[in-house]
Design a protein around this ligand. Structure first.
Ligand SMILES: Cc1cc2nc3c(=O)[nH]c(=O)nc-3n(C[C@H](O)[C@H](O)[C@H](O)COP(=O)(O)OP(=O)(O)OC[C@H]3O[C@@H](n4cnc5c(N)ncnc54)[C@H](O)[C@@H]3O)c2cc1C
Length: 504
């Protein structure tokens, strides 16, 4: 039996990318469906590192505290020598939070817990993934897509204005679009397994087999659980026994110890590492996000973070276009996100090779705080800027004071699906008329926020009489001097925020 229903957006895949997009669309009131072919949520730990930039995004989505509570900090690395002695070191260098970068350390949250928090947030908007529902066909016609969804042997035909493939590395959507996925297999096969074990302390990420790739094994206590995650390279060919007994034997061989006992395996997988990037992120009314668009080796903990950030970049744009913004706005999704993924592929691959030499230490480059969309068609600077901060950069945080005397973090002003326009010492607050979807704040005489500590001035490095426009995804869209305010008007119209016409 078939039925023709319709929605604005069909999201295929309820992993981290699909769930993030669903939350962003739900909070914007966009109609969508989120389908997932598995019958129940994925229960593996694989993407366990939540980087500082993703923490900022989770704060905006209203889940950061829940994510922190679900997981924990990364422990130190404990590297065992051949004689059984060991040396401890930090995985990440400790950096104190600053007013402009409040989150500095990665969090460890097993992926199934991150996804559980995302589902909880989605449920607060009245949505949940449709499990056991597989996308088995798609056809683009006119201004939409007809998708064939199969659930318990019944096929439903759904008409959607947009289809977003968030369906992972083997993406059905990418294949159906015949989008190329060039790259390489990295010649490394590995296991990942979530187990309960005895014989190791939970205060360190234990690493054995230094220097000899074929003998390496990592055992990491999984924050928020009583399990350990085992990771290690395995031969490119051959069956691997992923039972408790099989993993116990592998651990004994690689550690040379007989006191580590595996009791239970909650989830395990053997996989070959790849670095691949889709040739296109959009074909007509269909877009790709997350692992469907790029796959990385797990080193550096970038994959899930990049996937969440694809969704966060796309969410406001697709919602704006559905609400009447020029469709050209969506070109900026691939324009901005594909180069970021290309960069991440290089980084994760470099870290994979370095890990064989230097262990699992990670620097600032993995935090994703320096991701910028400079050169994007959505950047505007008048006059062109010199110095440290440019249109397209991540909008830094700042501790301000509300006019009522209460501390106000800039990130609190940004939180939500709106754009934010900040006038720094501008003469006329009303030179940019208010409109739906834009929050305007000013600093200076009669301003509603005060740069009490100079954090804003320092982080944004703006002259008196400047307007700073911050996008819904926390990047700087425009920095414009007061004399050129009319250019902002044009920018806002292109971004789908025309001046509000009076309603009676
Ligand atoms: C060992 C390992 C360690 C990792 N460590 C990290 C880390 O520390 N940090 C990090 O950021 N990343 C890490 N990653 C990567 C991370 O797990 C992925 O990047 C992330 O899961 C991508 O999310 P996604 O939502 O794009 O895809 P997925 O999580 O793969 O979700 C795709 C979903 O789509 C569903 N689906 C597929 N086809 C269909 C269909 N036809 N119809 C309906 N549903 C469909 C699938 O069932 C699946 O649930 C690691 C990966 C591995 C393997």
């Amino acid at each position: 039996m078939t039925e023709q229903l319709s929605t604005d957006v069909l999201i295929c895949g309820a992993g981290a990318a699909g769930l993030t997009l669903a939350i962003d669309l739900a909070r914007r009131g966009v109609s969508f469906r989120l389908v997932e072919k598995m019958n129940e949520p994925f229960r593996g730990s694989r993407g366990k590192g939540i980087q500082p930039r993703t923490q900022e995004i989770f704060k905006d989505l209203g889940i950061l505290d829940r994510i922190v509570a679900a997981g924990g900090d990364y422990p130190k690395e404990r590297l065992y020598r051949g004689d059984g002695s060991y040396v401890d070191s930090r995985i990440t260098e400790h950096v104190d939070p600053t007013p402009s970068e409040p989150f500095q350390q990665p969090l460890m949250v097993p992926q199934f817990l991150t996804e559980a928090v995302l589902r909880e947030r989605l449920a607060e908007f009245g949505y949940s993934p449709e499990y056991g529902t597989e996308l088995i066909g798609l056809e683009q016609e006119g201004d939409g897509v007809t998708a064939s969804l199969q659930r318990r042997g019944v096929t439903e035909h759904l008409r959607a204005r947009w289809l977003v493939g968030a369906d992972g590395g083997r993406s059905f959507v990418r294949h159906a679009l015949q989008v190329g996925f060039p790259g390489k297999t990295l010649g490394v096969r590995a296991i990942v397994a979530d187990v309960t074990l005895t014989g190791l302390s939970r205060d360190a990420w234990h690493r054995f087999g230094d220097g000899d790739m074929s003998r390496q094994i990592f055992l990491c206590p999984l924050a928020g659980t009583d399990m350990f995650q085992i990771q290690g390279p395995i031969p490119m060919e051959g069956d691997i026994d992923l039972s408790a007994a099989g993993l116990g034997q592998l651990v004994a061989e690689r550690t040379g110890r007989d006191d580590i006992h595996i009791h239970d395996v909650s989830w395990a997988s053997a996989y070959t590492m790849n670095a691949r990037l889709a040739d296109q992120y959009r074909v007509g009314q269909v877009l790709l996000i997350g692992d469907a668009a790029h796959i990385h080796p797990p080193t550096g903990g970038q994959g899930l973070n990049t996937s969440v950030q694809d969704a966060y970049n796309l969410g406001w744009k697709i919602a704006a276009v559905i609400d009447g913004a020029p469709e050209v706005l969506l070109h900026s999704y691939e324009e901005e996100r594909r180069p970021i993924a290309a960069e991440m592929l290089g980084l994760a691959t470099r870290l994979l090779h370095a890990q064989h030499r230097d262990g699992i230490r990670r620097g600032r480059e993995v935090k994703q705080l320096d991701i910028a969309y400079s050169g994007s068609s959505l950047t505007l600077e008048v006059p062109a800027r010199t110095g440290e901060l440019f249109a397209g950069d991540r909008a830094p945080d700042a501790l301000l004071l509300g006019a009522s005397g209460q501390p106000r973090y800039l990130f609190d002003l940004l939180q939500g699906p709106h754009w934010t326009l900040i006038g720094y010492q501008v003469a006329h607050r009303d030179s940019v008329p208010p409109r739906k979807g834009l929050h305007i704040h000013t600093m200076g005489t009669r301003g509603d926020v005060i740069d009490e500590h100079g954090h804003f001035r320092e982080a944004y490095d703006v002259e008196e009489g400047s307007w700073v426009l911050i996008r819904p995804d926390g990047y700087i869209g425009a920095i414009v001097e007061e004399a050129s305010t009319e250019l902002l008007e044009d920018y806002l119209t292109r971004a789908g925020l025309p001046a509000t016409s009076a309603k009676h």
